[in-house]
Write a protein that binds this ligand. Structure first.
Ligand code: NDP
Length: 326
């Protein structure tokens, strides 16, 4: 028997419970992994609380990422005892995920643990940190360098935001962190923000074009906030948009695009092709300083996941939350 967090539907509500399941209950797949660490991302919080329609087929084991040790493999690329990690591919959404002592998955979805990372560090990074790296790479693809000017990061206290701040700082960029929580200003400076501004500054509806302030932006908020950021970008700037913490709509105009050559680059971490995945993980292992893992991490047990998932959606969680599975 093996422990798993199971989500079920009762009277239209999502209910989470810690259960013992047998290996036969695990879904089909050619690699079985003993999971040691998982994490709580925004999407996990939506799934576990049932506040977002992430899961359609119940029962489901949530957990969109995990790190562990291969227990058995029919995939020649993976051997028992090997350290691996997984993010995305619908795991924890349509295929049983990482918030369990064992996961059975398709070998195509696994990555050998990159040099320089242990399993715990890999989950401090997790889906959120991987997405932050993809956003930084999107800025680089847009030609943005540390010399281009200030980079804005929204939702800076969260998982994607914190990792983006730390990555950009380590790469030599000047980072302005946006946060709704001024009590986190010191934390944000400690992980690399040069300045911290209040989320409230983005409350006013955007004009078509505003004063040019940012050479690049990494946005987890979407909605009115993203619209205002787009109106404030420099000529030739790039915005990497990956989230919807503030809303999924985008009430903008074409003006910043056609008059300032602004590039809006969407970023998806779920279906990222293998080569870009490998590059992003290699760079994460190289760039993030030791201090980030210490400053940005809260560690919890599997039993605490439902409580912390609710806290994350109430915006009272800072940095990354990792789940100790074994
Ligand atoms: P977190 O909850 O860890 O962080 C989100 C942060 O956003 C909060 O800490 C808060 O920061 C800020 N925030 C909260 N509410 C609002 C609001 N109404 N308006 C503006 N900012 C707000 O989540 P993650 O970092 O894990 O994920 C962030 C977003 O990125 C989510 O929307 C998630 O779905 C998306 N995402 C997308 C991925 C992809 O593949 N495209 C992958 C991973 C995440 P503060 O208090 O400092 O303002």
């Amino acid at each position: 028997m093996t422990k798993a967090l199971i989500l079920e539907q009762q009277d239209g509500l999502t209910v989470a419970s810690l259960r013992d399941i047998s290996a036969e209950q695990l879904p089909a797949g050619n690699v079985t992994v003993d999971v040691n660490w998982s994490s709580i991302n925004y999407k996990d919080a939506l799934a576990v609380t049932g506040k977002g329609k992430i899961i359609r087929d119940f029962p489901m084991v949530p957990g969109i990422d995990f790190a562990g040790t291969v227990r058995a493999s029919e995939d020649p690329r993976f051997q028992a005892g090997q350290n691996v990690l997984l993010t995305g591919w619908g795991v924890g959404e349509t295929h049983w995920g990482g918030l369990a002592e064992q996961a059975r998955v398709n070998g195509d979805w696994l990555i050998p643990l990159p040099a320089g990372l242990d399993q715990r560090k890999a989950m401090i990074i997790g889906t959120a940190g991987f997405t932050a790296m993809l956003c930084v790479m999107a800025l680089e693809d847009g030609g943005i360098t540390p010399e281009s000017g200030d980079i804005l990061v929204t939702g800076a206290s969260g998982g994607v935001g914190s990792t983006a701040v730390a990555l950009l700082h380590a790469l030599g960029y000047t980072v302005t962190a946006v946060s709704g929580r001024q009590q986190n200003a010191e934390y944000l400076r400690s992980i690399g923000a040069n300045s911290v501004i209040e989320r409230e500054r983005f409350n006013e509806p955007a004009r078509a074009l505003e004063k040019q302030l940012w050479a690049g932006a990494i946005d987890v908020a979407g909605g009115d906030m993203l619209a205002k950021i787009i109106a404030q970008m420099h000529y030739n700037a790039t915005v990497a948009a990956c989230g919807l913490a503030g809303g999924y709509q985008l009430p903008t105009t074409v003006m910043p695009f056609i008059l300032r050559n602004v590039r809006l680059q969407g970023v998806d971490s779920v279906m990222t092709p293998a080569a870009r995945r490998a590059e992003a993980w290699k760079r994460l292992a190289e760039i993030l300083p030791e201090s980030f893992y210490r400053l940005a991490t809260t560690e919890i047990s599997l039993a605490e996941v439902p409580k912390v998932a609710a806290e994350l959606l109430n915006n009272t969680v800072t940095g990354r939350v990792i789940v100790r599975i074994r």
